[in-house]
Design a protein around this ligand. Structure first.
Ligand code: HEC
Length: 193
């Protein structure tokens, strides 16, 4: 009788222990590990400078070069995509541009590869990194603005609307510059400034 009571006591104790185990409020470290599991394992490999050079700039060029008026010795050419294949090619560039802006927002990117030198009027890579760290939301907003214009470009492409694509191309240019004059060369003399 006495033994069974003790055994029951142990069982009850074990049950309570496991209950408190279940209902333990999450500690800082257990919360962090849950968040880690939901975040994709992004790894920023390229610097911002390399990302600009390898992805952002070529895809923006692909959009800009697809439309416009070219005047040269041969005469005046109104450039625009003609075939479905040509429109598809421009669309590829617009899609790359949009997604490249998501890449720009990934944290932990260096501004430039080691030993990069700043050009005249440009912040050093260390200064760029400090400026971004001090104002990450603004940096992300500039990237999101280019991304939004890129989405508009895709829409214009899908409608084969040359006028709209030309206008959006101008918006993209201004939005690239907005980030550059804030985080890259804030001390440069701007025309009319
Ligand atoms: C959110 C901010 C941001 C946006 C938006 C942005 N850039 Fe940049 N870009 C930078 C920074 C910062 C640098 C300077 C990196 C460095 O030199 O360390 C840079 C550098 C560059 C460079 C120089 C690359 C090299 O090899 O020296 C080019 C070209 C460039 N950007 C093109 C563009 C174009 C085109 C767009 C728009 C389609 C754009 N950028 C949008 C932040 C931005």
């Amino acid at each position: 009788m006495e033994v069974r009571e003790v055994a029951a006591g142990i069982l009850l104790g074990a049950a309570m222990l496991s209950m408190t185990g279940c209902h333990r409020p999450p500690t800082a470290s257990s919360r962090r590990s849950t968040a880690d599991q939901t975040l994709p394992p992004f790894k920023a490999v390229a610097s911002i400078k390399e990302l600009m050079d390898s992805t952002v700039d070529p895809s923006a060029d692909g959009v800009w070069d697809s439309v416009g008026v070219i005047v040269n010795e041969a005469g005046t050419e109104n450039r625009q995509p003609h075939s479905d294949a040509e429109w598809h090619e421009v669309r590829r560039h617009a899609v790359s541009l949009v997604e490249s802006m998501n890449l720009v927002m990934i944290e932990g990117r260096h501004a430039a590869p080691p030993n990069s030198k700043a050009g005249l009027g440009e912040l050093t890579p260390q200064q760029i990194e400090a400026a971004i760290a001090a104002n990450r939301p603004e940096f992300n907003q500039f990237a999101a603005a280019v991304r939004d214009s890129g989405i508009e470009a895709i829409d214009a492409i899908d409608r084969k609307d040359v006028k709209a694509l030309t206008r959006v191309g101008g918006d993209i240019d201004q939005r690239c510059e907005a980030c550059h004059v804030t985080f890259w060369y804030p001390d440069s003399q701007r025309p009319g400034a």
